[in-house]
Design a protein around this ligand. Structure first.
Ligand code: NAD
Length: 265
């Protein structure tokens, strides 16, 4: 059952073909939004759009690479042309890479920064320009990570990922200030250990490096979560739905943890 009144709102969710983005797209649709499901993988985007339509909500699937300015502008323009004025952008598309910083090559660094940080900037710029023209405010919600606030740790070689997610937190803070006169609220979610392909990759690659059993890195990480269970994509979608809702109308430039108590601040 819907908790917030988002009837008739239009939302774009990037990286929505699977994992957390899929859960966000489905949740916003259940709250009454018309959802543009954008992903690098056009097939998975189309599948999620079909799932949205199954319960009677409107969806538009788009194949988009968030690192390409033309793609991003096309995404915003097409969503507006086909679904009406844009109210909500969720910058969720993101990738991980596993390597200690001392072994991180330039290509890995550039790719992570391009998708996670530049992608967030480009999508936010394109969406905010149109929201400013519309003159009715808007919401930009960034999916950073606990790695955007803390170092992942000695045993988790995610340094470049952490740098790119710290950039997302910084973008949230500054963009929240710059867009405040337009009533465009910019906020950020930091999740913990979420049960998706991304954490399977972290587990597999880290286990290989450490010569331990696949599954053991994830099990160890989950054991450290105060609430005692792995996070589900829907736990992140709960926070995003709140930040998109009228109840969040006095919040901007902020970063919120949704992490089962894992993060210290
Ligand atoms: P995932 O790998 O399951 O899904 C990521 C999606 O993003 C995929 O559908 C992929 O095709 C898409 N994508 C990748 N590059 C893209 C690009 N250039 N343009 C458009 N789409 C692109 O990952 P997930 O775990 O669902 O992660 C979603 C977001 O949540 C990421 O930003 C991630 O950093 C963040 N996050 C994940 C966790 C976790 O534990 N899984 C924790 C905190 C934050």
């Amino acid at each position: 059952m819907p908790r917030y009144d988002l009837e008739g709102r239009v939302a774009i969710v990037t990286g929505a073909g699977r994992g957390i983005g899929r859960a966000i797209a489905l949740r916003l649709a259940r709250e009454g939004c018309r959802v543009t499901v954008a992903d690098l993988d056009g097939d998975t985007a189309a599948q999620v759009a079909d799932e949205v339509r199954e319960f009677g909500a409107q969806a538009l699937a788009l194949q988009v690479d968030v690192t390409r300015k033309d793609d991003v502008e096309g995404m915003v323009n097409e969503s507006i042309a086909r679904r009406g004025p844009l109210h909500i952008l969720v910058n969720n598309a993101g990738i991980g890479a596993i390597a200690p910083l001392m072994e991180t090559d330039e290509e890995t660094w550039d790719t992570l920064m391009n998708v996670n940080a530049k992608g967030t900037l480009l999508c936010s710029q394109a969406a905010a320009r149109r929201m400013i023209e519309q003159g009715d405010g808007g919401r930009i919600i960034n999916n950073a990570s606990g790695a955007g606030k803390t170092a992942p740790g000695k045993g988790l070689p995610l340094g470049a990922y952490a740098a790119s997610k710290h950039a997302v937190v910084a973008l949230t803070k500054q963009m929240g200030l710059e867009l405040s006169d337009h009533g465009i609220l910019v906020n950020c979610v930091c999740a913990g250990i979420v049960d998706t392909h991304m954490w399977d990759l972290i587990d597999r690659e880290t286990a290989k490096r450490q010569g331990v059993a696949v599954g053991s890195i994830k099990a160890q990480a989950v054991a450290s979560i105060p609430l005692g269970r792995i996070q589900q994509p829907e736990d992140v979608a709960n926070m995003v739905a709140f930040l998109a809702s009228p109840d969040a109308s006095y919040l901007t430039g902020q970063t919120y943890n949704a992490c089962g108590g894992l993060l210290p601040y």
